[in-house]
Design a protein around this ligand. Sequence first.
Ligand SMILES: Cc1ncc(COP(=O)(O)O)c(C=O)c1O
Length: 384
Amino acid sequence: MNQHARLDPAPIPFIDVAAQRRRLGRSVDDAIARVLGHCQFILGPEVGAFEADLAAFCGARHAVTCASGTDALVLVLMAKGIGPGDAVICPSFTFTATAEVVALVGATPVFADVEETTFNLDPDSLRRACVAARKLGLRAKAVIPVDLFGQPADYDRITPIAEAEGLFVLDDAAQAFGATYKNRRLGALAPATATSFFPAKPLGCYGDGGAVLTDDEELAQVMRSLRVHGEGRDKYDCARIGLNGRLDTIQAAVLIEKLKIFPEEIVARERVARRYCAGLADLAAVPRLAHGSTSVWAQYTIRLPAGTRDHLAAALKSQGIPTAIYYPIPLHRQRPYQGYPVAEGGAPVSERLAGEVISLPMHAYLDDATQDRIITAVRRALAR
Ligand SMILES: Cc1ncc(COP(=O)(O)O)c(C=O)c1O
């Protein structure tokens, strides 16, 4: 090789699942080996044990695990009997699963806007979405606030509106499990909270997985039936129409080990977020936490003037630094959702954010030197 050839900088992972594997050492391998030993791959003892750990972690009475974060949302909507003729209010600036599940159960998603500061559901737009639903002759039955990028939605403002409008609150905490709102963990704030254990999530497994947290005994029981084809007294007594939506025992075994280190990982994520803020706040709009909230920083998402982020993404990519855009198109503008109603006044903030956001590498194992490389590269690109 020509000794003067320029070496490409080592690529940086966006999320370093392998670093976490190293930290966990043999604990996960041993946990999986135990399942391979007892062979109870479906609803084995690890599933119940993990559900108990998860409920205790967030202060909810019941944790009902399931096959994905999407199934977690579906199970709640099914258990609440939501279907055709019903409207469910969702923010437009979120991942497709939030609204997809509403359409899947035959109900109508009605899109509301989000707030500039937190990117989370705007309570005023929630009110206007209920008006839009009523005008269309729909029964507004539920609202799905999303705790986007790791930060809780504003439940103290959302709950009174939901109560006044008769809406069931289903918290989509797929990105934020572990975060707190006024000293309470998500999972204990809404009547039902859905989360995802997709590997890239703050608490992820090694495949797909999800859970619903609730204090409602009856709701938990119905969801336990729904996730096993609606089983009743036993396997071949069919009490209701359900689905195959169980968490694999192997994934539960992995999650038991990962939950043990999760509190430390949350602290590490907070540190990374603080360092990004210190290094970038003078150049870009960095994320802000609402008073009384903590975040688990599923993403570290900055905002740039429209039209400038492509330049930043290209400059970083050339230095081995990945970025991602969550989300380039608000849901009400996505093809499958264009026919669904939007709150009166539209969703202008969601549309603006879609053109301005860009997310930087974020995980609990981002060391100072690597993060400094990212910060320096962002600063250089933005200075140009
Ligand atoms: C906000 C939100 N809701 C729901 C989901 C669905 O979770 P899963 O991929 O586990 O089905 C995701 C996953 O990315 C998400 O980000």
